[in-house]
Ligand binder design. Structure first.
Ligand code: NAD
Length: 438
């Protein structure tokens, strides 16, 4: 039940490469690309290739609810670009998933993989559903049917999905099992982010937060500063936020504010992050919320971003730093743990104000980097120690951080534009080497 749209962009923005009046998520994503493409003097033909997804697939997923009813959900897989290798990107289960959003996310994955020099293109998938309203059995049936519908287009050499919002290592285990059953061939490298006992990588759970910490350390080093003693605010206390906060705290930084979807906590003298982790893990704390954390004061979510601090780590959801609050932000360094936390307008104002922003495609690329390591380990059938994973992660991020930093210095552009420039250049070089001259 698959509809394949090849080379036809969703949204309205790609025809003239400018976001139109009915701006789509994909259209907004192209704005950053265009800025970097102009700096690189990219010719119109290559721009045309790079602003069109290679393949968009829409599928209908019939599955049985626990009460016996059959429902049909809509699923997508977008493979944006294959120039540097198989497509790579997560699968999102969320009520707001659309083809336009999945396309934008696949577009971002293309640049994220390229900026840290992984041998992957970009992809993303999604199912329009509310996973919180589905039982485990329903989620399993939905996932297995989705996997079966896209089986011809995914695989270790074609496209390698991973978890994203609303999907988990368990979801990846079901996909790996479904594909292995259909192919009658053990295929762990078809997905990453799997549980450890079926081919996951050590260090994967921590990888994105660790990458945020490595990127901050690298930026501070360039600025001649040390991490110890820096006052840091972290928005979001889930996977990325809590691990970034813990690792930064362990390196001697002072975490002065933390938040989750229920509210924020602050202490100008520093929050004990280990106590915060114990607080959310307490079985009496049913919502796993930060509220009521001993040794901190309650603060509003909006107020949190505006607290006096040196470094801000938005690690929750998109569109948190906007024209409405950007002028109140005190941090001089922002590391985007989340995807798309800064609006393009706010980004411009931050650049004008001399604030350094480590962009999402670089700051949160630790996760996809360790996914790459997982894929490599699965293919070799040889699994690394955690220390080895962490050391290789540091090497990859530091080397590519330097490439982005040097590009920014050379062209006098913000790190975001520089990151896109490095990524676009690598993808264009891959096309040229393969004999596609645009
Ligand atoms: P998560 O669901 O584990 O955590 C999200 C956190 O944000 C939770 O603490 C939640 O309470 C909080 N939150 C939600 N809305 C909020 C709000 N309005 N204000 C403050 N806090 C709020 O998710 P995650 O895996 O940590 O992902 C966070 C971000 O990082 C997302 O943008 C995601 O796409 C991005 N990201 C994650 C990974 C990864 O490996 N997990 C990799 C790359 C990028």
């Amino acid at each position: 039940m698959a509809t394949t749209i090849t080379g036809t962009p969703s949204g309205s923005a790609t025809a003239n490469l400018q976001p139109g009046p009915d701006t789509s998520v994909f259209g907004e994503a192209i704005a950053y690309f265009n800025r970097a493409a102009d700096q690189l003097d990219l010719n119109a033909n290559m721009k045309r290739i790079l602003t069109h997804p290679a393949r968009q697939v829409i599928i209908s997923i019939p599955f049985q609810r626990d009460n016996g009813d059959l429902e049909v959900y809509r699923g997508y897989r977008v493979q944006y670009n294959f120039a540097r290798g198989p497509a790579k990107g997560g699968i999102r289960y969320h009520p707001d998933v659309t083809l336009d959003e999945v396309t934008a996310l696949a577009f971002w994955m293309t640049w994220k993989c390229a900026v840290v020099d992984l041998p992957f293109g970009g992809g993303k998938g999604g199912v329009t559903c509310d996973p919180q309203k589905l039982s485990m059995g329903e989620l399993e049936r939905l996932t297995r049917r989705y996997a079966a519908e896209i089986i011809e287009i995914i695989g270790p050499d074609k496209d390698v999905p991973a978890p994203d919002v609303g999907t988990t290592p368990q979801t990846m285990a079901w996909i790996m099992d479904t594909v292995s059953m259909h192919l009658r061939n053990h295929t762990p490298g078809v997905v990453t982010g799997k549980p450890l006992n079926i081919g996951g990588s050590r260090g994967r759970v921590e990888a994105t937060g660790r990458g945020v910490m490595i990127a901050i350390e690298a930026a501070l080093e360039k600025m001649g500063k040390q991490l110890a003693g820096q006052r840091i605010v972290v928005q979001g206390f889930g996977n990325v936020g809590s691990i970034s906060a813990r690792l930064l705290y362990e390196q001697g930084a002072k975490i002065v504010g933390l938040s989750d979807q229920y509210g924020a906590v602050a202490n100008k003298d520093g929050i004990d992050v280990m106590a915060a982790l114990r607080h959310i893990a307490d079985p009496k704390n049913k919502r796993r919320a930060l509220e009521g954390l001993a040794g901190s004061e309650a603060a509003g979510n909006r107020e949190l971003l505006e607290l006096p601090c040196d470094i801000l780590v938005p690690a929750a959801i998109e569109n948190q730093i906007t024209e409405a609050n950007v002028r109140e932000i005190k941090a001089q360094l922002i590391a985007e743990g989340a995807n798309g936390p800064t609006s393009p307008q706010a980004d411009q104002l931050l650049a004008d104000g001399g604030v350094t922003v480590i962009p999402d495609i670089l700051a949160n690329a630790g996760g996809v980097t360790v996914s790459y390591f997982e894929w490599a380990q699965d293919r070799a059938g040889y699994y690394w120690k955690e220390a080895e994973v962490n050391e290789k992660l540091r090497d990859v991020l530091r080397e590519n951080f330097d490439a982005v930093w040097n590009t920014a210095q050379e062209h006098k552009v913000p790190l975001r534009t520089a990151a896109y420039m490095v990524a676009i250049k690598r993808v264009v070089e891959a096309y040229t080497t393969r004999g596609i001259y645009a």
